[in-house]
Design a protein around this ligand. Structure first.
Ligand code: GLN
Ligand code: ZN
Length: 776
C-alpha cells in the first residue's frame, strides 16, 4: 500500500478519439479504400494521440502523474479488448498471426466483415448512441495476450515525456458484454470463462508495470446496470473474483495501481464488493449516480475519483455546487477525493471554440470536451487550495448559469401554459377497435399492404444540392425544385414497382433529427460538433437549449406535393419526441419528460396540419425508444411512462380514420414490449429479417393486437434478397400473426443504400407479397 503513488488530483476518464477535424475517420476510410497504407494510418493515429496529450497538458492535466488517459482506439474499445486478449472468432482465424495478433487490415475485417463472414455484431453502449462490437466467446475461445498495443502506446507517450494512464475495458464488463460464440452449449455464458481470462489481464498489467505505468484504468460500466442479460449475483461474484486476482493476488509493484471506473450510473451493491478488494481507486459517476450515503467498509483506503463533471452532455457545470459536493464527499470518510469527468469525454465534440457561428450567449453556456477538462482542473484546484483560489472561475460559471436561466427562449410562457394544461385525455385516442374499421374503409388497401420506412437513397446529387444551398449557391426555389424532382422520381419508382402506401423519400433531410431541430424553436445546430457513433461513423447531435415550439409547418408542403402526384395514399413522415431527445444534447435544467412533452406538442401541431391537408397516414419514428431505457430496472417504469406518453401526446389528436404508424429499428424488445403496445399506433414496423421473424412469436404472445410490419429484408447490407427468401420470411410472419394485421416493408429506411440494390430488392418484396396473397 505504501508503495502506491497517489492518484492525480484531476483527470478525465477518456477523450474524443476521432480528432477535432475527424482526422481518424478520413484516415480509416482512405485505408479501407486502398488509398493509403497501414503505416500511414498508424502515423495519423500516433499523431492524433500526441496532439491529444499535448492538448490535455495545455488544459492543465499533469504530464508526469498518470492524469492523461491513454484511451485511443482505431475502431472500438470493446473490439480492442477482444483483440488484445486473443478472442477473435473462428471465422477470422486465418487473419491472426503466429502470436495471435491482428494487423490493421485484419482488425478492420473483424470490425467490418468480408463476404459471407459477418462482422462482430454491433450494439448500443449503455444508454448512449455509441455502438460497440459484441465479442463472441465460447468454451473453446483461447485467451492469450495477443497484442502489445496498450504497452506500445504507453511507451510511445512516455518517450514523448508523458506518463499516461492506460485505459482498458475491465474483464467483467468485457465478458458481460460478449455473446456466446456460435455452437456454445445451452446455458453457457461468456462470464463462465472469467478464470481463463484473468491471467491475460494479469500478464498485461505486469507488462504495463514493467514499462513504467503507475496507474491503469479498468472500465467496468456493467456494474452500474442490472438490465443486462447477465445474472446480477453472478456479476457481483465475478467482480469480487476478478479484483481478488488482479488487485489482491497480483501485488504491487508487480502491477500498476488500479483505478476501476464505473461510469453511467450508480454502483449500488457493487460498491462494497469493490471496496473490499485492494483496488486503489474507484471512479464513480456523480452525475447519473450518487455518492454513497455512509462510509463503506474498505473505502477508507480507496481513493474516490469523483465524476462530478458531466462527460455525456454539453452544458457548463455549476462549479460552486460541484465544489460543495466534493467537500461533502471528503467528509464521508473514504480515502482521498480527486476530481474527474463522470464518463469518458468521447461522447462530446472537441471544442466550443470550433463553433464561431453559434450565438455567443448560447456558446457561453456550453462545455465540450476541452472545456470539461478545464472544469475538472478548476474543481481540483478549488478542492485542494480552497475556494478563493478559483473564485473568479466560480463566479464566471455562476454568471453563465444565471444568464442561461434568464435568457428569452429558455422559458417561454406560452409553451409552459400549453404543457401545464395537458390532461390524460390529450394522450388518448378512441379505442383501436373503433378506429380500425374507419381506416379500412378509407384506404381500401389489399391484404398484406406494402410500404417502405421513409427514406430513399441519398444520392450524390441530393447531397450536392443541399451543400450548394447551404453555401448560397442555390436559391431556396432552385433547391426546392431539385428536391421535388427527386420526389417525382421516387414516386414513379414506387408506382412502377407496385408499392401500396408511398413515401416521399426524405431527400430534404440531412438527418432525421437535425432536420427537425433546424425547423423548431429551442434548438441550435453545430458546425463541427461531431461525435463518434461507431467506427468511422460520426453524428452531429443538435443542441436542445430552450422551450420547444413549432414556428411553422415543416413537412406539410413536401407531403402534399407528393400526394398531388399519385392516387395512392402517401405516408407523412416525422421523428418522434424520444428519438429527437436521444440524438440531441438536451438541456439539463428540467426533467427529460417535460422536454419530451414540448417536442410532442410541436409534433402534434405538425400532425394536425398534415391531417388537415389530406394526408391520411402519418408515421412517427421512435427508433431510440429503447436506447434511453434506464440501466436499472427500478427506473424503467418511470421512463416508459413519460416516453410512451410523449408519443401518445404527439399522435392522439387525430381523427379515427387517420392512421398512425411508428417504426422501431430493432427486434430485441425485452422490457419494452409492453411499451410498444402502449404507444397505441395503428401500425408498427420493426426490424425482423436478421432474426428470421423470431420476434413475432413474442409479439403475438404479448397480446399486441394492432397491425405490424415486420421487416422482410435487412437493409443494413448491400445484399439483394431473392423473391424466394422474402416469400419464406413472409410466410413465416403470417404463421405467427393474423395475416389481416401484417404489413410488408423493409427493416429500415433506404437512405444508406444505392438504387442498384433498392430497386430489385423492392421488386422482390412486391413479388413475394403477391405470391403469398395468391396462396391464400
Ligand atoms: N424514416 C426514417 C428513414 O426511413 C427512419 C430511420 C430510422 O429508423 N433510423 O430513414
Ligand atoms: Zn429503422
Amino acid at each position: 500500500m505504501t508503495s502506491t503513488v497517489p492518484f492525480p488530483r484531476a483527470t478525465v476518464l477518456g477523450y474524443p478519439r476521432i480528432g477535432p477535424r475527424r482526422e481518424l475517420k478520413r484516415a480509416l476510410e482512405s485505408f479501407w479504400a486502398g488509398r493509403s497504407t497501414a503505416d500511414e494510418l498508424d502515423t495519423v493515429a500516433a499523431d492524433l494521440c500526441r496532439r491529444t496529450r499535448t492538448r490535455l497538458a495545455e488544459l492543465g492535466l499533469g504530464t508526469d502523474d498518470a492524469s492523461i488517459p491513454s484511451a485511443f482506439s482505431f475502431y472500438d474499445h470493446v473490439l480492442d479488448a477482444a483483440v488484445v486478449t486473443g478472442a477473435v472468432p473462428e471465422r477470422f482465424a486465418d487473419l491472426v498471426d503466429a502470436d495471435g495478433g491482428l494487423d490493421l487490415a485484419g482488425y478492420s475485417t473483424v470490425a467490418r466483415g468480408r463476404g459471407d463472414d459477418l462482422p462482430l455484431e454491433m450494439t448500443k453502449w449503455f444508454d448512449s448512441n455509441y455502438h460497440y462490437l459484441v465479442p463472441e466467446i465460447g468454451p473453446g475461445t483461447t485467451f492469450r495476450l495477443a497484442s502489445d498495443r496498450p504497452v506500445r502506446e504507453f511507451a510511445e507517450a512516455l518517450a514523448d515525456g508523458v506518463l499516461t494512464r492506460p485505459v482498458l475495458v475491465g474483464p467483467v464488463t468485457f465478458l458481460a458484454l460478449s455473446k456466446p460464440a456460435a455452437g456454445s452449449p445451452e446455458g453457457f455464458v461468456p462470464l463462465d470463462r472469467l478464470e481463463d481470462l484473468l491471467p491475460v489481464y494479469a500478464e498485461l498489467l505486469r507488462r504495463l508495470a514493467a514499462a513504467g505505468a503507475t496507474w491503469v484504468q479498468l472500465d467496468e460500466p456493467t456494474l452500474v446496470s442490472d438490465s443486462v442479460d447477465a445474472d446480477h449475483d453472478a456479476l457481483l461474484a465475478a467482480t469480487a473474483r476478478a479484483y481478488a486476482v488482479l488487485a489482491d493476488e497480483l501485488a504491487r509493484p508487480e502491477r500498476p495501481a488500479l483505478l476501476v471506473a464505473a461510469p453511467y450510473g450508480d454502483l449500488q451493491d457493487a460498491l462494497p464488493v469493490l471496496a473490499a478488494t485492494s483496488v486503489e481507486a474507484l471512479a464513480i459517476d456523480l452525475v447519473k449516480g450518487s455518492a454513497p450515503a455512509a462510509a463503506v467498509p474498505g473505502l477508507e483506503s480507496t481513493t474516490l475519483v469523483a465524476g462530478v463533471v458531466d462527460g455525456h452532455n454539453v452544458w457548463r457545470a455549476d462549479l460552486d455546487a460541484k465544489l460543495t459536493q466534493l467537500e461533502q464527499l471528503e467528509r464521508l470518510g473514504a480515502g482521498a477525493v480527486t476530481v474527474a469527468s463522470s464518463t469518458s469525454l468521447f461522447h462530446l465534440p472537441h471544442d466550443v471554440a470550433d463553433e464561431p457561428q453559434l450565438d455567443a450567449t448560447l456558446r457561453s453556456w456550453l462545455a465540450f470536451a476541452d472545456q470539461k477538462v478545464g472544469e475538472v482542473v478548476t474543481l481540483a484546484e478549488g478542492l485542494v487550495e480552497g475556494r478563493e483560489a478559483v473564485h473568479a472561475q466560480l463566479l464566471e460559471a455562476g454568471d453563465a448559469l444565471r444568464t442561461r436561466a434568464q435568457t428569452p427562449g429558455v422559458v417561454r410562457p406560452e409553451v409552459r401554459e400549453r404543457t401545464g394544461a395537458l390532461t390524460d385525455a390529450d394522450a388518448e385516442r378512441t379505442p383501436y377497435a373503433q378506429r380500425e374499421p374507419a381506416q379500412t374503409a378509407r384506404f381500401s388497401l389489399p391484404p398484406l399492404p406494402t410500404t417502405t420506412i421513409g427514406s430513399f437513397p441519398q444520392t450524390q446529387e441530393i447531397r450536392k444540392a443541399r451543400a450548394a444551398f447551404g453555401k448560397g449557391e442555390l436559391t431556396a426555389e432552385q433547391y426546392e425544385d431539385e428536391m421535388k424532382a427527386e420526389i417525382r422520381r421516387v414516386v414513379e419508382l414506387q408506382e412502377n414497382v407496385g408499392i401500396d402506401v408511398l413515401v416521399h423519400g426524405e431527400p430534404e433531410r440531412n438527418d432525421m433529427v437535425q432536420y427537425f431541430a433546424e425547423n423548431l424553436d429551442g434548438f441550435a445546430v453545430t458546425a463541427n460538433g461531431w461525435v463518434q457513433s461507431y467506427g468511422s461513423r460520426c453524428t452531429r447531435p443538435s443542441l436542445l437549449w430552450g422551450d420547444v415550439s413549432r414556428p411553422a409547418p415543416i413537412t406539410v408542403g413536401w407531403s402534399t406535393y407528393t400526394q398531388s402526384l399519385t392516387p395512392k395514399p402517401v405516408k407523412g413522415m416525422l421523428t418522434g419526441p424520444v428519438t429527437i431527445l436521444a440524438w440531441s444534447f438536451v438541456r439539463d435544467d428540467q426533467p427529460l419528460g417535460d422536454t419530451a412533452d414540448q417536442v410532442a406538442l410541436a409534433l402534434r401541431d405538425e400532425i394536425a396540419d398534415l391531417e388537415a391537408a389530406g394526408i391520411g397516414i402519418i408515421q412517427v419514428d421512435e427508433p431510440a425508444l429503447r436506447e434511453l431505457l434506464p440501466l436499472r430496472r427500478a427506473d424503467h417504469a418511470a421512463y416508459l411512462a413519460w416516453s410512451v406518453r410523449s408519443f401518445r401526446l404527439a399522435t392522439a389528436g387525430v381523427r379515427d380514420e387517420t392512421q398512425i404508424h411508428t417504426h422501431l429499428c430493432y427486434s430485441e424488445f425485452g422490457e419494452v414490449i409492453d411499451a410498444i403496445d402502449g404507444l397505441d399506433a395503428d401500425v408498427t414496423s420493426i426490424e425482423a429479417a436478421r432474426s428470421k421473424m423470431e420476434i413475432l412469436a413474442d409479439v403475438a404472445a404479448s397480446g399486441f393486437e394492432r397491425q405490424i410490419g415486420p421487416g422482410v429484408y435487412d437493409i443494413h447490407s448491400p445484399r439483394v434478397p431473392s423473391t424466394e427468401e422474402v416469400t419464406e420470411l413472409l410466410t413465416e410472419a403470417v404463421r405467427s400473426i393474423d395475416p389481416q394485421r401484417v404489413w410488408v416493408n423493409p427493416d429500415c429506411g433506404l437512405k444508406t443504400r444505392r438504387y442498384e440494390e433498392v430497386v430489385p430488392s423492392l421488386e422482390h418484396l412486391v413479388a413475394a407479397t403477391r405470391a403469398v396473397r395468391e396462396r391464400r
